[in-house]
Design a protein around this ligand. Structure first.
Ligand code: CA
Length: 616
C-alpha cells in the first residue's frame, strides 16, 4: 500500500470513528488521563443531555486497565466508570465498548504519557515573588475574543462590574514588563469559564471546571502562556475554587444528584465566619451555615461529601497540573468547604506532585485562625490540613496600620515586631504568602496616603522579612483604588487596550513618580532574586525603640541589616545594641543606593525611610 492510500484510509477511518463516537456523549470528563499516576484509580464522567445512560453496559479490553465499577446516579443522563490503571499500563487509546439494548458503540478514551519537559510543576517558595493579575483588567491582547456567541456577557468597558476584554494574550504580550519588574511567578485570578449573566469578569463563579474561559483564550493558549513563562524562568500559580461554582455551571443546570450542592428549603447564605470551623465551642447551626451555606445567590455551595463530586474535583486539580504544567495553586475560600475533604484534597495533590505548592486563602485578621490551617499545626482538636502555605492577612493589616500611626508601646512599627513575635503559631511562617494588597482590598498606595516614602518602606519590609511576597498588578504603577468604591481596585492598566491614549507599560507612558516606583521595585526585586540569605536566612529582630525597627537576615557568611524609621524626623541610630548580629562588621553597602558606609557605628536615617544594608 502506498503512503497516499494509507493516508486516505487512515483519514477516512478517523472520520468514521469521529462520526461514530462523537455524538454519543456531550461530555466526557476528564477528557483524557495519563499513565504512571501514583493513584491508579480513574473516575470518568459520561454525560448525554437526552440519553438514558443508566442502562448502558460498559466493557473494555486493554492491557493494564480494568473497569472496577460502573456507577449510575439519580439523573440518567450521567454514567460514571471507575477504572483501575495499573502502573505498567502503556499510553494509548482505550476502546470502551458501550451497549444499550441493540445499540452498541465504542468510545476511544486516551491515556497519555506524562510530559517530561523541564521546568514544569516546580512549586514556589520564599525565593519567589508572586504577581497577582486580574486577567480581565490587565491587557486586551485579542479584541476578537471580547464578545463571543454562546456567552452571556460581552465587553462593556464603561461598566465597572462588566467585562473589559483583558485576556491571556494580553498577559503574554507584556511578559517583558513583568519580568523587568523582577517578580518570578504569576498568579492569575481564576481563568476557567465563568459563563454567568452578570459580573463574570472576576472568575470566581466557574461554569466549566475543564475549560479556560474563551474570552480569555483557549486551554491551548493557557498552556502556551505557561510554556512561555517557563522558558523565561517565570512560574505560574493557578487560582482554584472548589467551595462553590457558578449557578450556570453545566453540572448545576442538570445536576447528577441533588446532593452535589447543598440544598435548603429557601436560599441560605454562608455566615462567612471562618472562626466557626476551628471554634472549640462551635454550634452545629453556625458550622452548617458556614460550610454549607451558599456563597451567593449565583454561587451554589458544592457538597464535597458527595463521593463522586469529591473525586471529580481532586482529579480536576490533578488534570490541570499535569495538562498545563502549573507550578502551584492558590485555593480560594479555604475554610469554607468541608475541612476533612480539604485535607484529603491537599494530601492527594501533594502525594501525586511532591514538589508542588499550594497556598490557601484564609481571609481573617487573626494569627491563630490562619495558623490553624497550615500543615503540621498543633491543633488541639487534632485537625491536620496538609496545606503547606497560608495567605498572611494579619501581616498585611499590621503593615498598613504600622506605617500610618505614631510609634508607641504596641503601635507604629511595634506592630511589625509583634506580628513576627507571634510567628510561633505558624508551623512554617517562611512559607506564608505575604502581601500588601490584593483584589479584595484598597490599594496599598491608597492606604499609604499616596506617600511614596511610606510606600517604599512597606515594600522594603515585605521583600526582606520572612515569607513568600506577593504583589498586586498596578502597585508598580501607583494605582490607588479605594475598596469602598470596590471596582476602583480592579482598574485597567492604561496601554493594555488598543487605542488607549497613554501606555503605562512603557517608560515614556508613565509619570516621573510612576517610573520612580517601578525602578525602585525593580531594583529591590532583582536584588532579592539573587539573595538566599533573604529567602531562607535566619531572621533576628529587635524591639523597636523610638519607632525605629531593626532586623537582620543572616546565614553563614552573609548578614543583611534592615533599618526602618517610622518618625517624621531624621533619626541617628547607635548600632551597639545590635552587635550580636553585626559580629564586628563595621562597613556596609546600601543595597538600593549603592552607597558605601565606612562606619556603621552610628547610622542616620531620614524621616519615614527604610534602608537595606549588606554588612561587610
Ligand atoms: Ca480580549
Amino acid at each position: 500500500m502506498n503512503k497516499i492510500v494509507l493516508l486516505f484510509l487512515s483519514v477516512s477511518f478517523f472520520c468514521q470513528a469521529q462520526k461514530k463516537t462523537k455524538p454519543e456523549f456531550d461530555r466526557v470528563e476528564p477528557a483524557f488521563w495519563w499513565v504512571g499516576m501514583k493513584n491508579s484509580e480513574l473516575q470518568i464522567l459520561f454525560y448525554n443531555h437526552s440519553a438514558n445512560l443508566g442502562s448502558y453496559e460498559a466493557s473494555l479490553n486493554y492491557a493494564g486497565v480494568s473497569i472496577k465499577e460502573k456507577i449510575t446516579v439519580e439523573n440518567p443522563h450521567y454514567l460514571f466508570l471507575k477504572l483501575e490503571v495499573s502502573p505498567s499500563t502503556k499510553a494509548g487509546i482505550i476502546p470502551i465498548q458501550f451497549k444499550a439494548g441493540k445499540k452498541s458503540f465504542t468510545y476511544s478514551y486516551e491515556l497519555k504519557n506524562k510530559s517530561t519537559a523541564a521546568n514544569r510543576i516546580q512549586g514556589f517558595n520564599s525565593s519567589d515573588v508572586l504577581y497577582l493579575i486580574m486577567p480581565d483588567r490587565f491587557a486586551n491582547g485579542d479584541i476578537k475574543n471580547d464578545s463571543l456567541p454562546g456567552f452571556y456577557e460581552g465587553v462593556h468597558r464603561e461598566k465597572s462590574f462588566g467585562r473589559h476584554g483583558g485576556d491571556l494574550k494580553g498577559i503574554s504580550d507584556h511578559l517583558d514588563f513583568i519580568q523587568e519588574l523582577g517578580v518570578t511567578t504569576l498568579w492569575l485570578n481564576p481563568v476557567l469559564e465563568n459563563n454567568q449573566k452578570r459580573e463574570s469578569y472576576h472568575g470566581y463563579a466557574i461554569t466549566d471546571f475543564y475549560k479556560v474561559d474563551a474570552r480569555f483564550g483557549s486551554n491551548e493558549e493557557y498552556v502556551l502562556l505557561i510554556e512561555k513563562c517557563h522558558a523565561r524562568g517565570l512560574k505560574m500559580v493557578q487560582d482554584m475554587v472548589i467551595n462553590h461554582m457558578g449557578n450556570y455551571n453545566w453540572l448545576m443546570l442538570d445536576l447528577p444528584e441533588k446532593n452535589w450542592v447543598h440544598q435548603f428549603p429557601e436560599f441560605t447564605r454562608s455566615n462567612y465566619r471562618s472562626e466557626v470551623v476551628s471554634d472549640p465551642y462551635q454550634s452545629q447551626y453556625d458550622l452548617n451555615k458556614m460550610t454549607n451555606g451558599w456563597f451567593d445567590y449565583t454561587m451554589p455551595d458544592i457538597n464535597q461529601s458527595n463521593p463522586l463530586f469529591a473525586t471529580y474535583l481532586i482529579q480536576n486539580t490533578l488534570w490541570w497540573i499535569e495538562y498545563a504544567g502549573i507550578d502551584g495553586i492558590r485555593m480560594d475560600t479555604y475554610p469554607y468547604p468541608d475541612r476533612a475533604y480539604m485535607a484529603r484534597w491537599a494530601k492527594e495533590v501533594l502525594t501525586e506532585y511532591p514538589k508542588f505548592n499550594i497556598v490557601g486563602e484564609v481571609l481573617v485578621n487573626s494569627k491563630p485562625m490562619v495558623g490553624y490551617w497550615q500543615k503540621d499545626a498543633l491543633n488541639k482538636d487534632g485537625y491536620q490540613s496538609n496545606l503547606p502555605s497560608v495567605i498572611d492577612f494579619p501581616l498585611t493589616n499590621a503593615v498598613n496600620a504600622a506605617l500610618n500611626e505614631k510609634g508607641s508601646w504596641d503601635g507604629g512599627l511595634s506592630r511589625l515586631y509583634t506580628t513576627l513575635a507571634h510567628d510561633f503559631i505558624y508551623p512554617n511562617a517562611n512559607g506564608n504568602v505575604t502581601f500588601l494588597d490584593n483584589h479584595d482590598m484598597s490599594r496599598y498606595f491608597f492606604n499609604m496616603g499616596r506617600d511614596l516614602n511610606k510606600f517604599k518602606m512597606g515594600l522594603i519590609f515585605l521583600m526582606t522579612t520572612r515569607g513568600i511576597p506577593q504583589l498586586y498588578y498596578g502597585t508598580e504603577l501607583l494605582m490607588d483604588g479605594n475598596y469602598s468604591i470596590h471596582p476602583t481596585v480592579r482598574m485597567e492598566v492604561p496601554g493594555g487596550w488598543p487605542g488607549d491614549q497613554v501606555n503605562e507599560f512603557t517608560r515614556a507612558g508613565r509619570t516621573k513618580e510612576q517610573n520612580e516606583a517601578y525602578d525602585f521595585m525593580s531594583k529591590l526585586l532583582q536584588w532579592r532574586k539573587t539573595k538566599p540569605v533573604i529567602h531562607s536566612g535566619k531572621l533576628t529582630q529587635f524591639i523597636p525603640e523610638d519607632n525605629v525597627y531593626v532586623y537582620f537576615r543572616h546565614q553563614a557568611n552573609e548578614t543583611v541589616m534592615v533599618l526602618m524609621n517610622g518618625n517624621d524626623k531624621e533619626m541617628k541610630i547607635n548600632t551597639s545594641r545590635y552587635s550580636e548580629c553585626m559580629k564586628g562588621k563595621t562597613k556596609a553597602v546600601n543595597v538600593l543606593s549603592a552607597e558605601v558606609l565606612q562606619n556603621i557605628q552610628e547610622i542616620t536615617l531620614p524621616s519615614m525611610t527604610a534602608v537595606i544594608l549588606e554588612l561587610q
